[in-house]
Design a protein around this ligand. Structure first.
Ligand SMILES: [Zn+2]
Length: 200
């Protein structure tokens, strides 16, 4: 399993870092853990082919974690992608992505494309197969207009635990149990106080 942090920044561009986007490659498949608004730029910057991404798994529905999905879909449309793309995330993920697409590119949800975008709603602690990967979401503490999750991603006997933006919660112990890698993000006070949703 190969893990690359294409983006580890927050919603405010702190440190000049790209917004959250973790590229995971294993068993011939590629997924993104979160896809912040700057993620297509980050993929170009670090030589990751957007058309090779099989699935995007979203921890929660804040713009710095899912705002790159419309750009990924638009890029795939113009590159004449034919491989299906899966977008997995909290309940309501399809509606939030489609609403964002319409705000950014009016009419874009009605465009006929050569590939299928499949939306998968994750449910608390229910393992979900995504190709060779299995993702298990754990409910955490972070207001985002939908349930927010920590994610446990498993493949080839390896496990990654990713906290998302949560404050401390004992649930993280379950998400990280026996994991190979634990990735943790932290919302700064500044970030949490400066966005419309009251958190990053
Ligand atoms: Zn957030």
């Amino acid at each position: 399993m190969r893990v690359r942090f294409l983006g580890s920044g927050d919603a405010l561009g702190s440190g000049g870092r790209f917004q959250t986007c973790i590229h995971v490659q294993a068993a011939g498949a590629q997924v993104l853990l979160d896809c912040g608004a700057s993620s297509l730029v980050a993929m170009r910057r670090f030589g990751v082919d957007p058309q090779a991404i099989d699935a995007v798994v979203l921890s929660h529905l804040h713009g710095d974690h899912f705002g790159g999905v419309p750009f990924l879909i638009l890029d795939a449309q113009f590159k004449r992608r034919t491989r299906p793309l899966t977008v997995a995330g909290p309940p309501g993920v399809e509606a939030r992505v489609r609403a964002t697409m319409e705000v950014l590119f009016p009419g874009s949800t009605a465009v006929e494309r050569r590939f299928v975008t499949r939306f998968v709603e994750l449910a608390d602690r229910l393992p979900q197969g995504l190709g060779p990967f299995t993702v298990t979401p754990f409910p955490v503490v972070h207001a985002s207009g939908a349930p927010s999750f920590a994610l446990r991603l498993a493949c080839d006997g390896k496990v990654i635990a990713y906290s998302g933006d949560t404050e401390w919660t004992e649930v993280l112990l379950d998400a990280a149990a026996s994991s190979s890698t634990s990735t943790r993000r932290r919302c700064s006070r500044t970030a949490r106080g400066s966005t419309a949703a009251g958190s990053s």
